[in-house]
Write a protein that binds this ligand. Structure first.
Ligand code: AP5
Length: 207
């Protein structure tokens, strides 16, 4: 399967992508995670991306397209799930020159839910677990005991900017993929297991 998960920041793309990639043995390709890894390692790409990410802006297309293209060429990426890419029409056009896709899943969540989900998100630097303060109020990772942290771009003002950037630059991709008959919309405003069940139902026809 070759899949794209589309949806605003906080829709649950990462949460669902982990489950779906594991179930179907797909390479989970998150451009956000790749860029954060470049930042941690202080590579030239990471240093260039840092200011954009911290401001809640998109990293320039040419950098992200090159990075995603290299990842899609890796031997383990025969079946893949793209999480957070493409995010602009230029990225979508570049992707279509590299590979076809079976389905684009739009995880739909009303805008008023997103800020609360993002400002409460916590993750574990040790094992990568992502959760929410309402689920883990202790601030301790239940998997490895590490201290949960907030992502730098989950601060309130940055979240507001990311939501606006999504509305202007990424939301047009919903119509773009609908016109190509590739779009499937899933209700992301239900509990995490219910979203997974709905998604799995959509994906059944591609297995
Ligand atoms: P990226 O890391 O891709 O962030 P994002 O798209 O903003 O998405 P998020 O990771 O914030 O949300 P998500 O939908 O994955 O939600 P999650 O599952 O974590 O990008 C970060 C930055 O990198 C960008 O701003 C940009 O600068 C740069 N970048 C990345 N890709 C780029 C590209 N292609 N082009 C240019 N720049 C790029 O869930 C969120 C929270 O909600 C969690 O706490 C979770 O526990 C909770 N939650 C999840 N599902 C549910 C549910 N069903 N009910 C209740 N709570 C839920």
């Amino acid at each position: 399967m070759k899949l794209i998960f589309l949806g605003p920041p906080g829709a649950g793309k990462g949460t669902q992508a982990e489950r779906v990639a594991e179930t179907y043995g797909l390479a989970h390709i998150s451009t956000g995670e790749m860029l954060r890894s470049e930042m941690r390692r202080e590579t030239p790409l990471g240093l260039e991306a840092k200011a954009y990410m911290e401001a809640g802006e998109l990293v320039p297309d040419e950098l992200v397209i090159r990075m995603a293209g290299e990842r899609l060429n890796a031997p383990d990426a025969k079946g893949f799930l793209l999480d957070g890419f493409p995010r602009t029409l230029a990225q979508a056009e570049a992707l279509s020159g590299v590979t076809d896709v079976d389905a684009v899943i739009n995880i739909d969540v009303p805008p008023e839910r997103l800020a609360e989900r993002l400002s409460g998100r916590r993750s574990c630097p040790g094992c990568g677990l992502t959760s929410h303060v309402s689920v883990l109020p202790s601030g301790k990772c239940p998997k490895c005991g590490g201290e949960l942290v907030q992502r730098a771009d989950d601060k309130h003002e940055t979240v507001m900017e990311r939501l606006e950037v999504y509305r202007k630059q990424t939301a047009p991709l919903v119509g773009y993929y609908a016109d190509k008959n590739l779009l499937y919309t899933v209700n992301g405003d239900q509990d995490i297991d219910a979203v997974t069940r709905e998604l799995t139902g959509v994906l059944r026809k591609f297995v």
